[in-house]
Design a binder for this molecule. Sequence first.
Ligand SMILES: [Zn+2]
Ligand SMILES: [Zn+2]
Length: 177
Amino acid sequence: MLINLSDVTSRDYKTVSMKAEIEADAFVSKLGVFPIVEKTPLKLKIANMGKRELEISASADLTVVIPCSRCLEDVRKQISIQTVRKVDMKDTEEDRIKDLDEISYISGYTLDTERLVYDELLIRWPGKVLCREDCRGICSECGANLNEGDCGCGRESLDPRMAVIRSIFNGFGTKEP
Ligand SMILES: [Zn+2]
Ligand SMILES: [Zn+2]
């Protein structure tokens, strides 16, 4: 949703509150495409603090589906957005662009709520997601999900010395008359 900020910017100490539906069904980044399966509307409060300075508060709760870092099973992860930012709506856009604190979801007098949600998700994106603390991951030999049981691979080679001893015993066994 695009929100026009010119009205609130031109009226000192005016505050507007609203809810904006989040349209995005997925979070798309260079890491991949992650479905957004639950979301509350974005609660937005825009307060004119005087001298063309706005305070923008926004919050929402989203549930995204991210693969487990070890076993790749889908994990539903809740991410809560909560942000309060002051924006100096200087008279000209050139002046605002020069300002290093310029934020990407405001362009001219337009606030893009989808962009705000995207930026906040990007900041809060979890680095490592596990389906459970003790996830056993996937077998490096056959690709089986080890949380669903032992696939049987690699048991003989867990301790190579034991395998050698076992083959020696087996060898003796076959040589016996
Ligand atoms: Zn896992
Ligand atoms: Zn295996």
